[in-house]
Ligand binder design. Structure first.
Ligand code: IMP
Ligand code: MG
Length: 177
């Protein structure tokens, strides 16, 4: 099985990721203090959300955790058009504060769309957070409020992030060609 896989070169190891998630949680605790819900975008954010919420707990925050699934990626490396909601949407959005969490901001369309979806349902405030930002790939004017790492135009996998549904299990983040 593993023999068929292409080479993954390590970019951020487990220690670096853990350290950066700790720092992010501290930034979030200061900026988003109070009552809020995390909405993770499936599937790529699931590992990041799982780590982030446990560090947030140590920072004294107790967000509710929800997920929603958007689709735009096919099985390639290029996003295939406009994101759309294909599963789960938080209920009772009106008047509540949200932190949207995704694995990567690439063109910016996914988080931007998710943010307008919650805003359109009357959210009181929506912050956005991505573990990895690829600013050189942006197709729209969008900036996440909290970003873990910034990378160039490379395709990454691991720590929940996939290529054609593979590699999500890797504990580190690596680049594939
Ligand atoms: P955007 O809508 O173009 O910003 O794309 C965001 C989504 O694209 C993320 O949720 C990722 O799932 C996916 N994506 C972008 N870059 C990569 C990558 O390097 N590896 C795996 N998925 C990626
Ligand atoms: Mg994704």
């Amino acid at each position: 099985m593993k023999g068929n896989w292409v080479l993954v070169s390590k970019l951020f190891d487990e220690t670096e990721i853990a350290r950066r998630v700790e720092e992010l949680a501290r930034e979030i605790a200061v900026a988003v203090a109070g009552d809020f819900a995390i909405v993770g975008l499936l599937t790529g954010s699931f590992v990041f959300v799982a780590d982030l919420i446990r560090v947030l707990d140590r920072a004294g925050l107790a967000p509710r955790i929800e997920f929603m699934k958007l689709s735009s990626y096919g099985h390639g490396k290029e996003s295939s058009g406009a994101p759309r909601l294909i599963g789960g949407a938080p209920e009772d959005v009106a008047g509540r504060r949200f932190l949207l969490v995704d694995d990567i901001v690439d063109t910016g369309r996914t988080l931007d769309y998710a943010k307008s979806l919650l805003a359109g349902k009357g959210a009181a405030r929506v912050w956005t957070c991505a573990l990895v930002d690829k600013p050189s790939r942006r197709k729209i004017d969008f900036a996440a409020d909290f970003v873990g790492f910034t990378v160039d135009d490379v395709f990454i996998v691991g720590y929940g992030i996939d290529y054609a549904e593979n590699y999500r299990h890797l504990p580190y983040i690596g680049i594939i060609d």
